[in-house]
Design a protein around this ligand. Structure first.
Ligand code: SAH
Length: 242
């Protein structure tokens, strides 16, 4: 599992966040994948306020308690909303430009890869939002992920993570699914981002359906509960140590 952070010249999302924060606008944040057509992430959406957040995220913020770790915190939108709710939150991200923006916004943010064992702490809630399971990268990393979470969770703590089931991408017109069971798990996606001339490295991003998540969770000593469902195959899960 990669435990490093991004170099500032390979941090397109951070550059977009940095521009938006400092200039009030940003160019296009482009997303490429070998599996999908080119897409874009609306940069203003990364600065969403509590009122602009999808229901799943608001439920996650309401459920978060105690000492909270916001993993892959981006612009710090969730950390700021949590602080307004009077909650105690530590934000981490591998993007140096995002961390700089979060610090300017008054968020307690650190440049840390969640898989770096040098980062220690005991958190009551580990928050992973905006397809938070993506950070796991690939299904084969999931054991390492749960092991790492056991190190970071205080007794009785939980992970609140959203994800979605990509099976709709494989749905035929007649409603049947054509999923190649011999191939890699269908929720494993590779992405590469670009902002202006700055290109990031390609990375793996895991979308995981709730059943697969539950199976792996129990294999690694966690219980998975679906606490909310979104509008399009997305859901919010709470994971606790068994
Ligand atoms: N949670 C934010 C941002 C989501 S984008 C939001 O909902 O708006 C995903 C973020 O995770 C990016 O900022 C990326 O830099 C960060 N990230 C990716 N892998 C990470 C890792 N291993 N450890 C910490 N942060 C990571």
């Amino acid at each position: 599992m990669n435990t490093t952070c991004l170099a500032p010249d390979r941090d397109p999302m951070g550059a977009a966040i940095h521009d938006y924060y400092n200039k009030g606008k940003a160019a296009r944040l482009r997303v490429f994948s070998s599996q999908f057509d080119e897409d874009e992430i609306p940069v203003s959406g990364l600065f969403r306020t509590y009122g602009e957040m999808p229901e799943l995220e608001r439920i996650a913020l309401q459920s978060a308690c105690g000492r909270i770790l916001d993993v892959g915190a981006g612009s710090g939108c969730h950390s700021l909303a949590l602080r307004e709710m009077g909650k105690e939150v530590q934000a981490i991200d591998i993007s140096p430009l995002s961390v700089e923006v979060m610090q300017s916004r008054g968020v307690d943010a650190r440049l840390v890869n969640v898989f770096d064992p040098h980062f220690v702490g005991q958190f009551d809630t580990v928050l992973m939002l905006m397809n938070g399971s993506g950070i796991i990268g690939r299904l084969e990393n999931i054991g390492g992920f749960f092991g790492r979470m056991k190190q970071l969770l205080a007794p009785g703590g939980c992970i609140l993570m959203d994800s979605s089931d990509l099976r709709y991408l494989f749905e035929d017109e007649d409603g049947s699914f054509v999923i190649d069971l011999a191939a890699d798990y269908y929720g494993q996606v590779d992405f590469r981002m670009q902002y202006k001339q700055m290109k990031g490295d390609s990375f793996d991003w895991l979308y995981i359906d709730f059943n697969t998540l539950s199976l792996y969770a129990s294999q690694y000593g966690f219980k998975a509960e679906k606490i909310a469902e979104g509008e399009h195959y997305d859901y919010l899960a709470r994971l606790t140590v068994l």
